[in-house]
Design a protein around this ligand. Structure first.
Ligand SMILES: [Fe+2]
Ligand SMILES: [Fe+2]
Length: 223
């Protein structure tokens, strides 16, 4: 049973379930509405993962601008960013959304095809293409290819822009819909299912290792 504080929340902006208009062409507010801060369920755990990913994007942005202006960057850092976004942001976080959270939201009435979930899935695929592009460009750059650096920088900038607005939309629009649509009990079941998926997709204890890796990258690029 979740705390009572999570059961009587009010929202200053409550988009109707399935309001596609809120996900296309409208910029979500930079700060989360007040009520998302008092959620405490599977949706809240996903918002916490977003905070980690946003920290990774901020560090990546600094590294990319350093590379673009001729600065020196450790090769290991390039590989570590690739691993963080491929394994944590995509395999683990997007895996939880695609395999567990979004199907449950769909069952609860949030539309998938031509609806908000469909938009999120398209953006996941676009993000995967950018991460793949970064990885391939980094390999070429390492081998001395002349186009590797420019391609890495372009893919990284596009990825940062895409994922930043994607996370804003999930935090401020889609997840509040999910939080209202999915019962407290089902959210508790989903939290357990998230842990199982995480063990299967990235291995036990890897989530904590990504926290340490991100802490290191933030020390290097944000301080
Ligand atoms: Fe997502
Ligand atoms: Fe997400």
């Amino acid at each position: 049973m979740l705390p009572a504080s999570t059961q009587n929340r009010t929202s200053p902006t409550r988009p109707a379930v399935g309001s596609l208009v809120f996900l296309i062409g409208i910029k979500a507010p930079a700060s989360a509405p007040r009520y998302i801060r008092v959620m405490n369920g599977c949706v809240e755990s996903m918002v916490q993962e977003h905070e980690l990913i946003v920290g990774g994007l901020a560090s990546l942005q600094v590294m990319v601008e350093k590379l673009a202006t001729g600065g020196l960057v450790a090769r290991q850092d390039v590989a570590d960013f690739g691993r963080f976004f491929r394994d944590f942001a995509d395999k683990c976080h997007h895996g939880k959304e695609e395999d567990l959270l979004f199907p449950e939201m769909e069952k609860s009435g949030v539309p998938k095809e031509r609806g908000p979930i469909g938009v999120m899935l398209i953006e996941h695929d676009q993000g995967r293409a950018f991460v793949k592009g970064m990885g391939e460009a980094a390999t070429r750059y390492k081998k001395g290819g002349s186009t590797g650096l420019a391609e890495f920088t372009k893919n990284a900038r596009d990825y940062i822009a895409l994922l930043t607005q994607h996370i804003n939309k999930e935090n401020n629009i889609l997840f509040p819909m999910g939080d209202r649509a999915i019962s407290r009990e089902k959210q508790g079941e989903l939290v357990e299912a998230f842990e199982t998926l995480e063990r299967e997709k990235i291995g036990a204890g890897t989530h904590e290792k990504f926290h340490q890796l991100l802490h290191h990258l933030q020390e290097v690029y944000l301080k």
